[in-house]
Design a protein around this ligand. Sequence first.
Ligand SMILES: Cc1cc2nc3c(=O)[nH]c(=O)nc-3n(C[C@H](O)[C@H](O)[C@H](O)COP(=O)(O)OP(=O)(O)OC[C@H]3O[C@@H](n4cnc5c(N)ncnc54)[C@H](O)[C@@H]3O)c2cc1C
Length: 465
Amino acid sequence: MPQETVTQFRNQFRGKLTETTDPEYDEARKVCNAMIDKKPRLIALCADVADVMKAVHFGRQNDLKVSIRSGGHNAGGLGICDDGLVIDLSRIKFVHVDPAARTVRVGGGCTWGDIDHATHAFGLAVPSGIISTTGVGGLTLGGGIGHLTRQFGLTIDNLLAADVVLADGKFVVASADENSELFWTIRGGGGNFGVVKSFLFQAHPVHTVCAGPMLWEMDQAADIMKWYREFIAQAPEEINGFFAFITVPPGPPFPEHLHFKKMCAIIWCYNGPMEKANEILGPLRNFRPPAFEFVVPMPFPMLQGMFDGVYTPGMQWYWKSDFVNELSDEAIALHIKHGSMMPTLHSTMHLYPINGVAHKTGINETPWSYRKAVWSEVIVGVDPDRAKKEAITAWARNYWEAFHPYGAGGAYVNFMMEGEGEDRIRATYQDNYERLVQLKTKYDPGNFFRGNQNVPPEGSTRNAA
Ligand SMILES: Cc1cc2nc3c(=O)[nH]c(=O)nc-3n(C[C@H](O)[C@H](O)[C@H](O)COP(=O)(O)OP(=O)(O)OC[C@H]3O[C@@H](n4cnc5c(N)ncnc54)[C@H](O)[C@@H]3O)c2cc1C
C-alpha cells in the first residue's frame, strides 16, 4: 500500500494511527495472551464513531484483513491480525448509567472494571465475567458467563441495544425493535457482523455480595464434585458457584501452609442477605469443612477484581473448552487425574454453571444455542515463562482430549483458540448456524469481518483469519 494512501487516511482520522515504524508499535500490538505475536500493518485507535466508519471504509477499499479489538483478552488473539488493520476501540470509553431505568450505555472500548465502577455507585451491576480487565466487546458478543449468570442470565440476555458499524461502513442501531435480525446475530455471533461502537445494557440491583473461594484438599475433590453437581442443579438462582482446580497463590489471604498446593475450589457469589448465604452453604461446610475459605460480604466490584492480580496481562494462555450436560463419576475421576497434574501455578480448570436464569431463554432466541447445558468448562494452561509453552499446551490438550467424550459437543466461542476449525464452530451454534450464515450473507457478503470465530457467508471461500 503506498504511504500516500496511509497519509490520506491519517489526515481524516481523529484518533491515533500506529504504523510498524512507530516507536510505540510493539507496545500497541500486544494483547493479553503473550503466546500471540501478530504484526499488523496499521493499528487504528479510534476516537469516535466517525473514526470507526472511516477505518471500515479504509480497510475495505484497500482490501485489508481486519481485526476488531476491545479489551484484547481474546483467547486466540483474534483482536489483532498479521499484515492487516486493527480497529481498536480502547479509546471509546464512556459509561452512562440511568439509575431510574436501571440501564447503562457503554463505549465499545470499556473494560468490565470501567462498567462495574460506575454502576456500583448506583447499587447496580450488569452480568459479565469474573475478571475486571476483560473487554466489554468480545465478552458480550460471544455470550458472557460470570458470577451473576444464574441470577440474571448471560451478558447477551441483558443487552438491550447496540450501535453498529456494518461492513459497508454504514451506522445502524440494533435492538429488538430496530434491525432485529442484526440484534439476534450479535447476541452470541461474535464480531462477525459489524463493529459495535456502544452497548446498552439492562442492569440489576447488586451491591454487596457474599462471595469468595472455599478450598479443599485434592483427596476430597471427588466428594466435593459429586456434592456440587447435585447442588448446582437445583440451587436458588441468587447463588452462583463455579468449580475450579487451582494451585494456591503464595500470598494473602491464603495461609502459608497452603501456598503452592494443588487444591479444588468453589468460588461463590450470593446476591442476597448474608444469613441466607450461610443457610445455603451450611450443609456443605458440615459435609466437608473447607481447608480454607474466604466467603465474606464484599462490594461486587471487589469480587470482580479478585483475580486480576493473579492473571495479569502478558501471561501465555492455551485454552480448551467444552459445554457439559452432566458430570458422571467416571468423568469426575478423569477431572481429578488431570487436575492433579496442573503444570504451573496459574494453570486451571473452571466449570462455570450456565443454568438458572440463563436456561430461560430459548435455544433459538439468540445464536447461543447451548441453553440446556449445565456448565461451560474451560481448561487453561497459563504461565508467564515462554519456556513453559509446550508444557502448558500439552497439559490442556491432554486434559481436554480425555474429557471431551463426556462433553456436550460444542464449546463457548470465547474460550476457543484461533483455527479450531469450522466443524467446531458449527457444533457450537448447532441449528442456529444456518441462520447465522444467512444473516452473514446479508450483512457481510464479502466476509470482511473474518478475524473471529468465523461464520463465512454463502459462497465464501475465505475462512477465519
Ligand atoms: C483473563 C481472562 C478472563 C476471562 N474471563 C471470562 C469470563 O469470566 N467470562 C466470559 O464469558 N469470558 C471470559 N473470558 C473470555 C473473554 O470473553 C474473551 O476472551 C473475549 O473475547 C474478550 O473480549 P475482549 O473484548 O477483551 O477481546 P478482544 O481480543 O479485544 O476481542 C475479541 C474479539 O471480539 C470481537 N470484538 C471485540 N470487540 C468488538 C466490538 N466492539 N465490535 C465487534 N466485535 C468485537 C472481535 O471479533 C475480536 O476479535 C476471559 C478471558 C481472559 C483472558
